[in-house]
Design a protein around this ligand. Structure first.
Ligand code: ADP
Ligand code: MN
Ligand code: MN
Ligand code: MN
Ligand code: MN
Length: 382
């Protein structure tokens, strides 16, 4: 934001210099010019459709439209941004005869693409009566955050895997009509032979950092053309909001690079890794000395509600959780230390320290992050 202000001040400064006003007058002139510029606010929302490939095409799950605010909002507080509406019948969120849905700003960050004072405004969706829309999983999460939950200060690290495609569905960088070398050299790989699409992954990382998201890293994944970024550690609502903004940025930057990002759980059938969203989770009790007890207690509770989690951990996840490519089969619940073939993994450093966090390996890449977070809180803390 500061850099953008300077840039604008310079533009205005040229005109001021010609008139040779006093320094104080110049400063006032610049101040007026800056606040007189309209602000572009990109209102972003989740359509609740989990990015399912339909009829051979990939439709993503994020939507957005631009609101020009003639009088810029100077705070980054979502409550200071106006509510807006959209045609829900065009996003699968309403019937045509009663189609207005309301966008309620919930999280505002600097827009790393437009720069300047422009912002991205993550919204949740309300129905025409102002009640949370049925696709509004954020509101469902917010509703369970009580004092018990707050006292345990839950944190999440969301590993968002995705696969890059060319328009039309071909895996980006794969030979046309064929396959690359078998999996092995690609995970965290380097070099033209092994890594496809890094310019987009890098641009996306830059954009997330510029937007102020708490992104903890990126890596090339096991299947060539498959990547991962990690959001976290972040609190419950923050995790959902930041994953959604990061997903939107990925799709948006893909427009510039001619790359489609898909969160489909099994983009290529056969001996190719699926695409997941491992969710790392800790509470205050787990992070404190002797926290392993709390980690084990949480896993014990999670073992009793495996079907409830699986039913909401993304669509098409059965094609990914076969038991053949990391993570056990969809009907089995298993946990283990450093076991990447389990449903829940306790990372080795956590075992060694006797405290830390657990990793739920079950969610598919197209899962709704608000839902994963809600289920983990509900079934371990409440
Ligand atoms: P993996 O080894 O499974 O690939 P990653 O490094 O990709 O793991 O992701 C681990 C995630 O867990 C990161 O987003 C990190 O910020 C997050 N994380 C680290 N510590 C905690 C914690 N105490 N609670 C929740 N998440 C955590
Ligand atoms: Mn990872
Ligand atoms: Mn991964
Ligand atoms: Mn993986
Ligand atoms: Mn992982």
């Amino acid at each position: 934001m500061a850099a953008a202000m300077t840039q604008k001040a310079c533009v205005a400064g040229v005109a001021v210099k010609a008139a040779a006003p006093s320094a104080r007058r110049q400063a006032r002139f610049v101040a007026v010019r800056v606040s007189a510029l309209a602000q572009k606010a990109e209102y972003i929302w989740y359509d609740g459709q989990e990015g399912q490939p339909q009829k051979g095409a990939v439709f993503n799950e994020m939507r957005s439209k631009t609101k020009v605010l003639q009088k810029p909002v100077t705070s980054m507080h979502p409550k200071d941004f106006p509510e807006w509406s959209f045609d829900g019948s065009s996003t699968g969120q309403a019937e045509g005869n009663n189609s207005d849905c309301i966008l309620r700003p919930v999280c505002v960050v600097p827009d790393p693409i437009r720069g300047g004072d422009n912002v991205l405004v993550m919204c949740d969706v309300l129905d025409a009566q102002g009640a949370p829309h049925e696709s509004n999983t954020r509101a469902k999460l917010e509703a369970i955050i009580n004092d018990t939950v707050k006292a345990e200060a839950p944190l999440f690290g969301f590993e968002q895997e995705y696969t890059m495609l060319s328009k039309g569905g071909h895996i980006f960088g794969w030979p046309s009509g064929g396959y690359p070398a078998p999996q092995g050299p690609f995970y965290c790989g380097v070099g033209h032979e092994s890594v496809y699409g890094r310019p987009l992954a890098e641009a996306h990382l830059d954009a997330c950092v510029k937007a102020g998201l708490i992104i903890s890293g990126i890596n090339a994944e096991v299947m060539p053309g498959q990547w991962e970024f990690q959001i976290g550690p972040t609190g419950p609502l923050e995790t959902g909001d930041q994953v959604m903004i990061a997903r939107w940025l990925l799709h948006r930057l893909g427009e510039e690079y001619g790359i489609v990002a898909t969160f489909a759980p099994k983009p290529v059938k056969g001996d190719w890794n699926g695409t997941g969203a491992h969710t790392n989770y800790s509470t205050k009790s787990m992070r404190e000395d002797g926290g392993m007890k709390a980690i084990e207690a949480a896993i014990e509770r999670l073992s009793k509600c495996h079907p409830e989690h699986i039913s909401q951990y993304g669509t098409g996840n059965e094609d990914r959780l076969t038991g053949k490519h990391e993570t056990c089969d969809i009907n089995t619940f298993r946990y283990g230390v450093a076991d990447r073939g389990s449903s829940i993994r306790i990372p080795l450093p956590v075992q060694l320290a006797g405290k830390g966090y657990l990793e739920d390996r079950r969610p598919a890449a197209n899962v709704d992050p608000y839902t994963v977070v809600r289920l983990l809180i509900k079934n371990t803390l409440l």
